[in-house]
Ligand binder design. Structure first.
Ligand SMILES: [Zn+2]
Ligand SMILES: [Zn+2]
Length: 170
């Protein structure tokens, strides 16, 4: 599975929102380039790609660890784009354990300017499906069984880029 396959067949949770990776992410930072295996952009289904991001994090933490939502300032949609208890390898097999104690939902704010609107990129580590545990139906949608997922956001106000979530799903 390569990036083109994923663009044509995004994981279920991202299906309405996946777009080709915008150029601005290609030279985002060194770590992004190293991890840039399967990467694509995210936009609202109305076409707007300047989004607010809401998720669950522990007080004072920089990374979200649970469900992630995109909120569109243009059309007011609020959409769940990742739920680790349902999406990814462990989520698909109902094996993802998550402890929300002490965590709360909050809007992401840019660490540099406190802005609330971002362009968002997703990086996936695909499952190769070679270990013989998938049935035919699952093999036809291996993109849903990704092994890890990470999200990188670029502030539309000041162009600061930062990782906002990185989750091991297998
Ligand atoms: Zn929208
Ligand atoms: Zn900013």
């Amino acid at each position: 599975m390569d990036t083109q396959y994923f663009l044509n067949n995004p994981p279920n949770c991202l299906k309405p929102y996946a777009i080709a990776l915008p150029d601005k992410f290609r030279n985002a930072d060194e770590e992004f380039r190293v991890r840039n295996t399967i990467a694509f952009g995210v936009r609202c289904s109305c076409g707007n790609s300047a989004l607010s991001i809401k998720g669950t994090k522990e007080e004072g933490a920089s990374l979200f660890f649970g469900c992630l939502y995109i909120q569109c300032p243009k059309c007011s949609q609020n959409n769940l784009i990742f739920d680790p208890s349902k999406n990814g390898y462990d989520g698909e097999f109902h094996q993802f354990k998550i402890d929300y104690e002490g965590a709360k939902q909050e809007l992401h704010r840019c660490s540099r300017c406190q802005g609330e609107n971002f362009e968002l990129a997703v990086l996936l580590e695909p499952e190769n499906g070679e270990d013989g545990i998938f049935d035919e139906n699952q093999k036809a949608r291996l993109q849903d069984f990704f092994n890890s997922i990470a999200f990188y956001a670029i502030c539309t106000n000041c162009s600061n880029g930062e990782w906002i979530s990185s989750v091991e799903c297998a």
